[in-house]
Structure formats: structure tokens, C-alpha cells
Ligand binder design. Sequence first.
Ligand code: ATP
Ligand code: MG
Ligand code: MG
Ligand code: MG
Length: 363
Amino acid sequence: KRLSIGILFGGRSSEHEASLASAASVLKHLKQDRFDLVPIGITQTGQWVTQTTPYELQHRDCESQALNQPEQLQHTTIVDMAPHYASVMPHPLSSVTPKIDVIFPLLHGTYGEDGKLQGLLEMLGIPYVGCGVLGGAISMDKEKTKQILQATGLPVVDYKSYRRAELERNPERILDAIEDHFDYPCFVKPANGGSSIGVSKVRSREELRQAAFLAASYDQKILVEKAINCREVECAVLGNEDLLASVVGEVLIRDECDFYDYHAKYIEPSTKVIPAEIPDDLALEVQQQSIKAFRALELSSLARFDFFLEKETKNIYLNEVNTLPSFTEDCMYPKLCEASGLAYPDLLERLIELAVESYEDRQ
Ligand code: ATP
Ligand code: MG
Ligand code: MG
Ligand code: MG
């Protein structure tokens, strides 16, 4: 049976652009002899737009910057939308099609990766790719994630969280508290974020002040973390009940980059080494911790686990989890799956199977 797949992209988060690139890749590679593709865009202000492509959505939003693969983006297929059907309760998807079998949300960050969209889809009874409400909500929040990882006995970097409101009320007191606890350099980031947007490495009180307000402009809560001098390794997990942990990959951060920032992710993408050149026992440890975290965080479908491998001590820390990781064919999650034997189009098909399976399990 041909399934009709709703591809959601864009969205209200700071990772709107990254989402367009992910969706373009998926639209290009989802097997069109097996699936009907229904692209659905969400603008930066949250409007749902049907009969659009990631490329068109980008050019509709004048604030967006140029993507680097416009050609690829133009080649997405648009399926004719069936006539609107009357719905008892109008909702954003009711105007799309009489029937979408599965939603594939290629939305990164808030309103896509954080359980909110998943809640909407649960209410509507539509199967979707990715984890559910609880897993998404916890994993989006870096403080809640760390609390659960700690309770599970998984090592995390020393961190503290601060609220925007307290920072605004008494910045000097918060900066004092941070300086009492952390040495420079340290990292400052929004508690809910992604693609390194709003993340800073700071070396002085003045930088700390700027970074704290920057992070607080993206979220009501910010995290400060000890800076680890590290290599960065990542592991992909795929499955609902029977889990596959991929081979481990490493991101090589160029010397001129301060850390794995937005530029190193999307503008001049860093080299990925797959499998990572680390000892077998360490790779196994990364895979085992990823599986453990996947369970502890109530995840399903897919997640990418980002680790720090401390250079001096060889300690590993689970930095964070991405439940809808960036997803172009060149991104880490698909590359790790490919290296583990699952090519990109097959991965996409597998994710749709898992979405249906997980939906049926919940009934
Ligand atoms: P993603 O795009 O992977 O979702 P993100 O925006 O959720 O990223 P993090 O992964 O927490 O944010 O941080 C982005 C990058 O900043 C890391 O990959 C790393 O290069 C650097 N970084 C963050 N925290 C630390 C830390 N405590 N020590 C060293 N480097 C760090
Ligand atoms: Mg992240
Ligand atoms: Mg992310
Ligand atoms: Mg990360």
C-alpha cells in the first residue's frame, strides 16, 4: 500500500533554516514509487503553508539567508492536494489532505523537537516519525536531560542553570555566582536550543555578561557549563523496542574554530570521521551509554547522542541528545546509519515503519 507522508519543515524555532535543508534532502530521497509526498511548510511566524517546497518557503521569508543547495531544493515533488474536507474541529492539518498516513517532522528545536507538535499529532491520531511528547520535551531541555542522565548514573559535565528573570533582575549577582562556581573558559547556552545558536565560549566577565544575555534571548533558562578540552564523538540510535546503536563518529573541529559552532555545522561543514579513531572499548562504552540514555529519556524512533571525550583524562561525558537531529544526507545521523549498513533512502523508509509500529503499540 502506498503511504501518504506529510513532510513538515521550517517552523518557529531558531533552527528554521537547518530544517529546510533537512526536508529538502528527505523529499529528494524518499522512494517516490512507495510513498506520496505531501510537503507542508511552517513559516517563522508559525503559519502553515501547503503546496510549497523548502525552497519556496525560504524565499517567502525575506529574513532567511540563502541556503547553499538551491538546485537540490527545487527538485522536490509536490503532490496535488486533494480537496479540503470538512472537519469537526479545524486544525492546521485539516486543510491539507483527506488523509495523511504518517507525518515526518523535519523540524528542529522548539515547536518541532520538544513534544509540542507531537502532542498535536497525538490529539489528531496521526502516526509520526520521532519520539513522543515526554521524550521530546525532556530531551529538548538540557537541564532536565542532565538531571535524568545523572539519576541514571551517566556522566555529565558540571553545569548550573539560571533563569532569565533573575539575570535581568540582578545581573551582577548572577555573574558573581557563576564566577564563584566556574573558572574561565566556560560555556553558556540556552537550555532549549540547537545548532549551537546562542552558545558561547567565554573567557572574561564581560564576555560572560554578553553570552548570558544572548543565551537568555533564546530561552527563559540558560545553562553554564565547565569547558571540556575534548574531542567530539556522536552515536546514532534507531528503533523502538529493539535498539540499534550505530558506529561512533567524530567531528573534527578545525583549529581556527573555537568550538563546533553554527558556521562549523552548516557554512563550512566540519569533517566527519566515521568510524571515529578511538579504541574499541571506548566506542562500545559510547554505544552502551547511548542505549541507556535512550531508555532513560523515554525515547523512540531515533536520537543522536553527542559526547565529549576529554583529551587529558579520556573521560567521556554525554553532552546532549537530539531527538530530531539535522538530517540532510551529509549530516551525522544519516552518515552514522549508512556506515552501520543502512543507506539514506532505506533509513527514511525504516523511520516510517517505526512510526507506524510505535503508533500501533500505543493503541
Ligand atoms: P546541536 O546542533 O548538536 O543540537 P546544540 O545547540 O544543542 O547543538 P551543544 O551540543 O550543547 O548545543 O553545544 C554546541 C557545541 O558547543 C558543542 O558541540 C561543543 O563544540 C561546544 N560545547 C558546548 N558545551 C561545551 C562544554 N561544556 N565543553 C566544551 N565544548 C562545549
Ligand atoms: Mg542539541
Ligand atoms: Mg539539535
Ligand atoms: Mg550538540
